[in-house]
Design a binder for this molecule. Structure first.
Ligand code: AKG
Length: 296
């Protein structure tokens, strides 16, 4: 699925895009099921354990921003956690022993999909080593104008940046306070069925969707089986070991010299990264309305 050059590129840049991992049939099924969730979101006007809603969401015009833990909500999503193409890519990067963590599906509907401010996933869940990555499945074609993910190549080897504002964790980086050259950002575009793999310490984000086409991104978090969470460690062995998707488990976490900054005190706005980032003072990305206002 990937070769040694891809591995070297991942190690150097902190991300890769791999085309043609999911079949056209997989994608058709993912879109069908996802449309059902958008329909179901008409029934609520508040965020729930499953739905994170865009501002302006109504029953008549549903604006679903995220399906939370989709693998726990529908068998179609659950099956993809162990997709052989995805697991093969991770095995090539880390070796045989791999554990799934969590999933989420970020939807950016045509014309209004929310931006995600710059952040490092590591700020949310530091472990004893940093062999963790998010795999992003492109459910739609990712283009230059529909809010594709942006990454800062090489930033996974740098510091863990401050994700706090007014003393609280807010899950986003204040662009005016960090030494990151955002002009070096690269956009991860590709055809539906491609995947992105980005390192847990990579600085990344994404702008609003100003195109006429949706951008739906199913994200799976995985980690090497010997990476042990420094916060929210498992409280029972069985569910923890059941998340192994390849290889064998271990009772011996691998400790490496990784920079850690804890996500405390907790974000004042809870529920999703979009909510956490509400309290970030300075924003990098404009929302769709602001972009439309600028354009007119
Ligand atoms: O949906 C995106 O473009 C990026 C999402 C992301 O980084 C996140 O949800 O943590």
């Amino acid at each position: 699925m990937i070769n040694d050059l891809d591995v070297a590129r991942y190690q150097r840049d902190g991300y890769i895009v791999v085309p043609d991992v999911l079949s056209a049939q997989d994608i058709q099924e993912l879109r069908r099921v996802t449309d059902e969730f958008v329909e179901a979101s008409r029934q609520t006007l508040q965020h729930t354990d499953v739905f994170d809603l865009e501002p302006g969401h109504t029953a008549l015009q549903p604006r679903l921003r995220r399906i939370k833990t989709p693998h726990a909500q529908h068998p179609t999503y659950a099956r993809l956690v162990r997709h052989p193409g995805i697991i093969a890519v991770l095995q090539k990067l880390w070796g045989p022993n791999i554990r799934f963590d969590m999933s989420k599906l970020n939807l950016k509907a045509a014309g209004f999909g929310s931006p995600v401010e710059w952040h490092q996933d590591w700020a949310f869940y530091p472990h004893t080593n940093d062999d963790l990555a998010a795999v992003g499945i492109m459910v739609d074609d990712f283009t230059t104008d529909n809010g594709s993910m942006l990454v800062i190549p090489g930033s996974h080897t740098g510091p863990i940046h401050d994700h706090h504002a007014k003393g609280n964790f807010v899950g986003g980086i204040d662009p005016s306070k960090v030494d990151v050259d955002f002009s070096k950002a690269v956009m991860c575009t590709g055809k539906a069925g491609s995947i992105t793999v980005h390192h847990v310490r990579l600085v990344h984000g994404s702008s609003a969707n100003v195109s006429g086409k949706p951008r739906r991104f199913l994200l799976h978090q995985y980690r090497a089986a010997d990476a042990w969470p420094l916060i929210h460690p498992p409280t029972a062995w069985e569910p923890w070991t059941a998340q192994l998707v390849s290889g064998t488990d271990t009772l011996e976490p691998r400790m490496t010299a990784v920079p850690v900054r804890l996500p405390y005190p907790a974000a004042p706005s809870q529920g999703s990264i979009y909510e956490n980032q509400r309290d970030l003072g300075t924003r990098f990305f404009k929302d769709a309305e602001e972009l439309a206002g600028t354009a007119s």
